[in-house]
Design a protein around this ligand. Structure first.
Ligand SMILES: [Zn+2]
Length: 74
């Protein structure tokens, strides 16, 4: 979802990504607004979170491999 702020009434609302570049009517005042490519209101944390989670996953996998090697040496 993309956050859009209405130029007329200054209210923010969400629209679907498929509407990027298209005109939508503000749900509050019916003002037509062109949906921007980037969300103006909120910084999207999802890509960062995905990166952090994959790094944690790699570290856990490495720890597991180390544990297996340690176990095999016994
Ligand atoms: Zn509006």
């Amino acid at each position: 979802m993309i956050y859009v702020r209405c130029d007329k009434c200054r209210k923010a609302f969400k629209v679907k990504e498929v509407l990027i570049g298209k005109d939508v009517a503000c749900p509050y005042c019916r003002q037509p607004i062109t949906v921007p490519a980037e969300s103006a209101e909120e910084f999207n944390l999802k890509p960062l979170l995905t990166k952090v989670l994959s790094l944690v996953g790699i570290m856990l996998a490495l720890t597991a491999v180390k544990a297996i090697f340690w176990f095999m040496r016994q």
